[in-house]
Write a protein of this length. Sequence first.
Length: 156
Amino acid sequence: MTTAAAVAFVSDRVLNPWFMAADPGLSWTFVVIGVAMQGFALLLARPTIRLLRAGGRTSGTVLDSGESMVEVPRGGAQQFYFPEVSFMTTQGQRITFRSSLGQRRALAKGSVVRVLFDPAKPHDAEMATFRALWLFPTVTAVFGLPFLAAGVIGLR
C-alpha cells in the first residue's frame, strides 16, 4: 500500500465522521478511549491538586543533583539528575526532599527554586515547575481529546 493510499484509507475510514456514524461501535470505542484518557489525566493530576490545596508554598535551595542512570526505550541508559532540595516550613522545620522528576542537566548547587508542600506532611513536597506538576496530566489529556472528539462527532 502506497503512502497516498494509506492516507486516503485513514481519511476515508477513520477520520470521516459519516463512516463512524455508519458504525456506532467504532464511535463508542473512541468515546470510551477518550473518556478513559481524561480520567487517567485527572488521576495523574491528583497529587498536584492536593499539594496546591494544602497551600504550603516557599522557596528552597538545591543542595545536590543526584545522578541516576535511567533506561530509555531508544538508546539504552541515559543519565538524569534528580535535584535534592532543602526548604524551611512556616514552623521552622528544615525539610530535605529529592524531586521525583529527573532532568538532563543538573541544577546548580545553591539555586533557589519554588517549592509546594503539604504543611501536615512537609516531606510530601515537589518543585513548583510546570514540568514536575502538570506535564504528564496535560500530555495525557491532550492525547485523549482527539479520541473523544472523533467519537462524539461520529455519534451525531
